[in-house]
Design a protein. Sequence first.
Length: 639
Amino acid sequence: MRLLLPGLAALLVLSLPAPAQGLAPVPLFRAIGTAEGLPSAQVYDVAGDAQGYLWFATADGLARYDGSGFAVWRHDPADPASLPDNAVQTIYVDRADQVWVGTEDGGLAVLDPARRGFRHWRAREDDPAALAGDDIWAIAQAPDGAIWVGGYASGLARIDAGGKVRRIGTAGDPTLAPAGETIIALAFDAAGWLWVGSDQGASAFRLGDDGLPAQAQAYLDGVMVTAVDVDAAGRVWLGTRDALHSVPPRTGAPGALEPVALAPAAPVRPVIDGIADDGAGGHWIATRRGLVTRAADGATALHAYAPATPGALPGNSVNDVYRDREGGTWIAIVGAGVAYLPPYWRNFSLLRADDPGGIEAGAGWEPPYARCPDGALWMARSDGSLWRVDPHRGTRTSLQANGGQPLLPAGQRVRALACTDSALWLSHAQGLMRIDPATGAAEALAADAELANAPAPGVANLMAVDAAGGVWIALAGGALQRLDPESRQVRRYVPGVDGPRDGELEQLVFDRDGRLWTAGKGGIDRYDPAQDRFIAIEGVPAGRIDGLAFDADGLPWVHTLTELVQGAIEGTRFVERRRVGAAQGLPVARVAGLAIDGAGTLWLAGARGLVRYDPARGSVRAYGVAEGLADLVPGTRVA
């Protein structure tokens, strides 16, 4: 099911239960930084523990996040059990739920399960039973429980259950040592092989009964391997400064390396720092140039820093990606803190200003739209250009109209749109315009306050097309007009005389018989073609009606500030049948329109988000930022 939410600086498409096939879901990131309690904006690594806490390695301490705030561990010279160094570079949570950290100058440390203090491992000169260096970059746990660590110019080391250190490669068979002395990444695959990424290539080791390397296989000789990860399917991923590779899952020795295409999304020399499952058969790829998504079908997209775009990635230098047990995604960014995506972010597709062919809004202006009989939408940009959006195919095409000349007078913007099979109508403050989408030919109808059969001047906020092709235009706080498509003559309906009771209208709606209804400050009114006037409907709930829709049985639903009410029309009276309010979970808030989908479900959009009411179950569900919805602004409409 697709629900369209135009009217913000974008077009949102809600797709339940699966994403739209045409418009790809767009992640809207929530930034978490020092203002929220993160000790530093320099975040290098992220991990989750068995209790659901998130742990972050930062340049100024170890941070734990519980969903609302941070606990921070730092070095205390007076406490020998404190964090050995504030510059935490990597985190690993082992199977006993212990948190291991690698620091820049303080070596390796593990936080006890009670989270009270750290045990330390430091480098000591001429001591083979100690670490070879204190600059730790990578940590992993073997199937036998041993901890493997590596870092800058210090080789690889194994720490057994008793805490004893064994350096690897300092003696014995050199082929069973890592390719380089600087160890950048470590991971164990599903078959128990240890994968090591170093400054001189990658190595895969089968461990013997003594827990030490017994067989080795080399990859990417002489190439700096910056990332090693294993996904849920058992595939091993190796990232370098320039490319991504993978090794398919297997039961025995590792197979051949396979190149992974990232074009056209990946930037030049991306420097890949991490790979994680995206929960939909694809992967997140952390790079120094932004976050790359690679879908299950191989399609790629780059998400980069865009400070003027709400919901964009807050920084480009992505160092790690982690998917938590609830399906949320956490992104560690050097210089920009943490970005978070909720589990349900794919519920919505989004077209926004920074997309090629996207839709933009200017300050204080909402992009108008028109839904066409073929299911496509026409939308206007603030520069006056028009775009056709096909939600099913995911295509966006601009309309080359008026011989390439500006469509509107200088300083004017499109205020409302209406669409028929053969024409696109638009309104601006100085009149109307008809455009033939097939040829781009434009015909202008100037507004004239004195000429009764000409468009009235003013700002149109609503347009709709009736079954005869007549275009209805509602001016903000003014008259309602109908344009005859053949004669181009306009009939004006005066509020309280032959028009609706009040000129402040919120919605123009056609019932299943094609009759026009209006909803607004004065309640609801119905157009009577025999009398060529609007008839007031009595018995409607008091107050402004900001939403009106008809269900499959022809029964009207109306929304007020506090309630959603179903009724039946008996003559010129609204007879209430059902009422839904705060007691049923409906938010007390204004909405900008009401729509009913093919399954009979009601949808309302407003500044509080998107609300869904299922009459069959009597259930109310709200969608907000946590469910992947962009922040809606007042005036966001549903269609």
